[in-house]
Design a protein around this ligand. Sequence first.
Ligand code: SF4
Length: 92
Amino acid sequence: MKLEEKLGTNKYYVDETCPHIHIDDTGFTMEEKRKLVNCCPAGLYRLQEDGSLAFDFAGCLECGTCRVVAGQTIVKEWKYPRNTKGVEFRQG
Ligand code: SF4
């Protein structure tokens, strides 16, 4: 089974009104941005053609890696989703 297929078996209860991760890539180098692109196991950070960083919290696995990698730089806020929201793992 491919990674995308495994991720697709998870169930995500997305809290549209309260994103649990906030980022701001203003003023940071491409190297700092690439760290996030490379570290997220769900591939939620993507570099755009204009060099900005796009992020969608909807498929977050709540692993905390981006907080460790960029909690002092681009990731401005990281918290777990509110009760009954977030990921429900289906593949152990
Ligand atoms: S917590 Fe993990 S899965 Fe969620 S955005 Fe950060 S690195 Fe990606």
